[in-house]
Design a protein. Structure first.
Length: 93
């Protein structure tokens, strides 16, 4: 093996999770910080947890609400138009 080519290996690197869990492993970095580990990951815990940093879920819900409002106003307008058509056809007879 060539000398001074490979990084230093730390057999006691500390991994720290955002939930507070810590454990040691081997790595080329002395300290590692992660957002999700096996102690807080939904697959391992069985609990559902949303990690929505860009607020995409909130945006989706707002768009759904807006679509429902538009749907209601369209059906109200269409029902008024159909009533007017029926009234016009009755007056022609």
């Amino acid at each position: 093996m060539k000398k001074n080519v490979h990084p230093d290996y730390h057999p006691d690197a500390v991994v720290t999770c955002a939930c507070g869990n810590t454990f040691t492993t081997g790595s080329t970095v002395k300290e590692i910080k992660v957002e999700i580990c096996s102690a807080c990951h939904p697959f391992y815990t069985g609990k559902q947890k949303f990690v929505d940093t860009a607020h995409r879920v909130d945006r989706f819900k707002r768009l759904q609400e807006k679509a429902e409002v538009m749907k209601k106003t369209r059906t109200a307008k269409n029902s008024k138009k159909s009533v007017k058509k029926v009234q016009k056809s009755e007056t022609k007879k």
